[in-house]
Ligand binder design. Structure first.
Ligand code: ZN
Ligand code: ZN
Length: 219
């Protein structure tokens, strides 16, 4: 089984600091934004989708930061044109709420990324069994952030009878990280207590940031 995701997956799993799926997400996120400016703006099929789905707050901000203001304005103008057709005066209350909800909760880039991330998670579950040396890299990761642990577990149907082993490997890794991070947070909190013995535990000032990265991931 071959996949366009194989090289990026191998590269993300060659590092072992933080969540490897977050590293993949960031790479695909940047690629999706680059694609949009390099090809998407002038591509009628992409424009049908950007008109239909628009952008979430995070991605709208990212588009503005890239600084191609003409492309952004062109995409937003036709997105509003599409919305104008949906928000007509004679609509019912329910219909209007539904249209606004769809406009609020959709994003062309998020939709694209969701699809890629599911494919990636599925291919990782296959590589774990079939790619030489990959399982070692997998087991060598620091953790899988909670949203991405869920993504991996939701997309491992191709593993058949080996699903349980996969689940246990992921949970074991995350349990160890959870315990380590709790200890770091406790040591940090105790360092504020003037009665605490000095040197009782090593204090890591970034403990809260690590805990948040693990709990929320990059999405
Ligand atoms: Zn992650
Ligand atoms: Zn988005």
């Amino acid at each position: 089984m071959e996949s366009i995701h194989k090289i990026p997956i191998n590269e993300a799993f060659s590092e072992n600091c933080g969540c490897p799926i977050c590293r993949l997400y960031e790479r695909y996120d940047q690629n999706a934004i680059r694609f949009l400016f390099e090809e998407g703006v002038m591509n009628p099929e992409t424009r049908i989708e950007t008109n239909k789905y628009g952008f979430c707050a995070k991605h709208a901000d990212a588009l503005l930061k890239v600084g191609q203001s003409l492309s952004v304005a062109l995409m937003l103008e036709t997105r509003l044109q599409k919305l104008q057709g949906l928000l007509h005066e004679k609509q019912s209350l329910k219909g209007a709420i539904k249209e606004i909800e769809e406009a609020e909760h959709n994003c062309y880039i998020c939709n694209r990324l969701d699809k890629s991330m599911s494919e990636i998670a599925e291919f990782i579950s296959v590589m774990y069994d079939t790619e030489e040396g990959f399982k070692d890299k997998f087991l060598n990761q620091e953790y899988f952030c909670l949203p991405h642990a869920k993504l991996l577990l939701e997309n491992c149907k191709l593993k058949g009878g080996k699903q349980k082993e996969y689940l246990q490997d992921i949970l074991k890794k995350n349990l160890a990280f959870t315990m380590r991070t709790r200890r770091s947070l406790k040591n940090y909190a105790e360092s504020f207590d003037y009665k605490a013995k000095r040197g009782a535990g090593e204090v890591d000032k970034n403990a809260s940031q690590y805990a948040i990265d693990y709990l929320t991931g990059k999405r």
